[in-house]
Design a binder for this molecule. Structure first.
Ligand SMILES: C[S@@+](CC[C@H](N)C(=O)[O-])C[C@H]1O[C@@H](n2cnc3c(N)ncnc32)[C@H](O)[C@@H]1O
Length: 364
């Protein structure tokens, strides 16, 4: 018989039967969640959720006609999504429908409730695990650019709804005098801009201002340029491939870092360059994932997601660059303040926050 006793593993404590039962229950839920997300991603990618966004009851056959997909696959997918409670099922009529709340979460691209982008980011955690496993052994890094393309696309789709909901209406007004400057006509740099969602949003809101978006990842800059053209703001945004420590200085009124300072190997060096690049009265806006200073206070559902992303994406990204500080996505205010002060900024404060982000303002 195979010895599966804990003692054979070197354990020094006996398991408690009730706690084991509870853990097994949670694990069934977690495994189901991981499996459901894989299927929800198919629904997102194949346009099935969007085809159900009218919230009307449907059958696999009707959905097959509407989407052009095969009925047998749709029947199984609908059953799986109904078991996950992502799709509703009526036992009497044997029809499926997407309730309106679920339509927001799965089909309404751009809504603050939309999860399609987050699903794509979670796909990268699995796809790129081999590279991260190697890095665990070598202590080396995995650059942002070394990840699967679903990470870049997913990050944009995941973050854009939060920027739509908060950036212009509450984050910029929370900074000292910045909104007024942007209305009058300011010069702004968005560093680590990725696909440029935040840059484009600011350019749309402040037509008198001029915007520069920088990122070291060339394919992201190419996508940002195309997106600016589609949004009709390409005349007022210059996207350019540049790293945080060497983007061109232009006496900016505002330099913004959206969810990227902790991804950088040398955040202090980046901050020192921001100080050089800013006008003397300028502001550095740093948007970071929400975190408390103490790890124990981050052990909650949001911290669970951020620590996972930090392990698989953010920390390896930082360790792949020079200095390799490895701040992590749950750095917290105290450590971020230390970085900003070491970069030479005199003032640093928490300007505002949401359940997912903290917005800091630093002044030279
Ligand atoms: C989590 S993504 C955030 C992207 C974008 N700011 C957003 O909010 O959608 C982090 C970004 O930082 C960029 N990045 C990482 N290290 C960088 C560096 N040293 N200089 C410039 N960009 C960097 C990555 O290429 C990536 O686009």
């Amino acid at each position: 018989m195979v010895d599966v006793s804990l003692k054979s593993l070197g354990a020094t404590m006996e398991p408690d039967a009730a706690k084991l039962d509870a853990l097994m229950g949670r694990m069934v839920g977690d495994l189901g969640a991981a499996a459901s997300i894989a299927l929800a991603m198919l629904g997102d990618r194949l346009g099935i959720f969007k085809a159900m966004a009218d919230c009307k009851p449907t059958t696999p056959a009707a959905l097959a006609r509407k989407t052009g997909l095969h009925e047998r696959y749709l029947r199984e997918w609908l059953a799986a999504m109904a078991a996950a409670d992502y799709v509703a099922y009526d036992r009497e009529t044997k029809r499926f429908h997407l309730p309106p709340e679920n339509a927001l979460a799965f089909a309404a691209e751009g809504s603050p409730a939309f999860f399609g982008g987050a699903f794509e980011v979670s796909q990268a955690l699995f796809l790129d695990a081999d590279k991260v496993a190697d890095a665990f052994k070598t202590g080396g890094g995995v650059g942002w650019h070394e990840h699967s393309a679903c990470l870049f696309r997913g990050t944009e789709r995941f973050f854009r709804p939060g920027y739509n909901a908060n950036l212009v209406s509450s984050w910029i007004p929370a900074l000292n005098g910045v909104e007024e400057k942007l209305k009058q006509g300011a010069v702004v740099a968005d560093v680590g801009c990725g696909h440029g969602a935040s840059t484009i949003l600011m350019a749309q809101a402040f037509p008198n201002s001029k915007f520069y978006g920088f990122d070291y990842h060339a394919p992201s800059i190419a996508r940002a340029k195309a997106a600016a053209k589609e949004a009709g703001v390409d005349k007022r945004i210059t996207f350019q491939k540049a790293a945080a420590k060497d983007f061109p200085a232009k006496n900016y009124d505002l330099v913004a870092f959206f969810d990227c300072l902790h991804d950088m190997g040398d955040p202090i060096g980046a901050g020192a360059h921001v100080k050089e690049a800013l006008a003397p009265s300028g502001s550095w806006m740093i948007v970071e994932p929400f975190a408390h200073d103490d790890l124990a206070d981050n052990l909650n559902p949001v911290g669970r997601i951020f620590y996972a992303a930090s392990t698989m994406i953010c920390t390896p990204a930082s360790l792949s660059q020079e200095v390799g500080m490895g701040l992590g996505a749950q750095a917290g205010e105290k450590r971020l303040k230390d970085v900003v002060k070491k970069a030479g900024f005199k003032s640093f404060r928490r300007a505002t926050e949401t359940p997912f982000n903290i917005v800091f303002e630093a002044r030279p």
